[in-house]
Write a protein that binds this ligand. Sequence first.
Ligand SMILES: Cc1cc2nc3c(=O)[nH]c(=O)nc-3n(C[C@H](O)[C@H](O)[C@H](O)COP(=O)(O)OP(=O)(O)OC[C@H]3O[C@@H](n4cnc5c(N)ncnc54)[C@H](O)[C@@H]3O)c2cc1C
Length: 380
Amino acid sequence: MQRCDVGIIGLGLMGSAALHALRRHGCDVLGFDPLTIGEARGSSHGSCRIFRRFNFESEAYTALSDRAHAGWQALESDSGRSILKPCAVLEAGPAGCELVARSRAAALAASNAVTGPRNGREANRAFPAFNLPDDWDVVVQDSGGILMAEEAMRAFRQDAESNIIAAAAELRPEPAGIRIVTARGEIMARQAIVAAGPWIAALIPGLKSHLTITRQAVGWFKPAKQETVHYGTFPIFILEAARGMFYGFPDFEGRGVKAAQHDHGSVVGPDDWEPPADDAELEPVRATLVELIPGAAGPILERDICLYTNTAKADVGLDDGNEFIIDRLPQDPRIIVASPCSGHGAKFATAIGAMLADMVLDPKLKTPRPFRLDRFSSFA
Ligand SMILES: Cc1cc2nc3c(=O)[nH]c(=O)nc-3n(C[C@H](O)[C@H](O)[C@H](O)COP(=O)(O)OP(=O)(O)OC[C@H]3O[C@@H](n4cnc5c(N)ncnc54)[C@H](O)[C@@H]3O)c2cc1C
C-alpha cells in the first residue's frame, strides 16, 4: 500500500495552503479533492475575497492578517502570479455603529493612524458612487486588498500535480496510521489534515452540532456610472445598512460590481449548491445599492451561490460564535481539523496553512486558544 507522512483531505484555500507549506518543508504529503479549480463548488470558488488588515470581528486578528499578508507576498513572488491586489476598504454605518467603531479600534490598537473620510459626507465627496447619509460613521483602511481566490489556489498547487489525488476520500484511523480510502486506491498516512469546508462533518461527525451551513447569494451589478466604480478609484465596501451587512468590490475585472449580503442565507446541507441565486435573494443587495451606492446600482449581470460554514458559540470558553476551528482531535491527535470559514477565513489562508504545517511538524504545538476544540464541552 502507498504511504505518506501527511494526507490532506480537501484542497480549498486552507488545504491547498497547507499542501504548499508542507511541500516547502520537504514533507511527504498528498492532497485529496474531487473538485478542480474553477468549479462553482467549495467555499473558496470564484475570483475574489476581501483582505482586511483590521477586522471588525476582533482586533486579535491583526497579527494573523499581518502573517497572512507576508505569506501572500511570498506566494506572489514564488509563483509569479498576481494574488493580492491592493485596494482600500471603506466601512460605514449609522452614527455609533459597531462595525466602524471596532475596525477603528483595531487600527488604533496597532498604532495605525486612521486617515481618509470619517463620515458619510466626506466619503460621498471622495467616492462619488456613494450616497451615504451625511452623518454616517466611516473608516477607511488603506492596507486592504482584493484576494484573487482561485488564482491563490493555483499558486498553492503550482508544480504539485504529483502530490494531488483527484478523488473524494474517507478516513479510517488505525493503530498503524490513518488509512485514507478513495475510489482510486488506499493510502496510509501518519497524520491527516481535514479541511473539507462545508463537508467537514461528514468526515468528523463530532463537529456537526457546532457547525451551520448557510446559502449565500452573490451578484455582479452593471454599474450605473461606470467611471465611479473602477478599481483604483473606488474602494472595497462593507456597510452596516438597514437591511443587514453588505459588502462589495470595485469593478476590477470588467464584470461589474460584485456585491452580497453577509451572513444572511437559509440553512442548507453541504451539497445544496442549486438552484442559482434568484432575484428575491438578491433584492436586499439591489435595494441597498440603489439607496447607498447608486453609481453601482444597475441590472444584475451574473449571480453565484457560495456556502458559509458557520461555527456555533462556545459553551466552555466564551466567544461570540463564528470563530475558526483549527485543532487536533482530542481522541486522535494524528488528525488535525481546520474549519476556518464563517465568511471571513480566506484572507488568512497563507497563515493558516503555515499553522497547519507547524502542527504537523511539531506534535506538541497548540493553536491559539480561540481556535481550539476544547471551547466546546463535547470536546473538552
Ligand atoms: C460568499 C462568500 C464570501 C466570502 N467572502 C470572504 C471574504 O471576503 N474574505 C474572507 O477572508 N473570506 C471570505 N469567505 C470565506 C472563505 O471563502 C472561506 O473561509 C474559505 O474559502 C474556506 O476554505 P476551505 O478550504 O476551508 O473550504 P472549501 O473551499 O470549501 O474547501 C473544501 C474542499 O474540501 C473538498 N472535500 C470535501 N469533502 C471531501 C472529501 N471527502 N474528500 C476530499 N475532498 C473533500 C471539497 O471538494 C472542497 O474543495 C467567503 C465565503 C463565501 C462563501
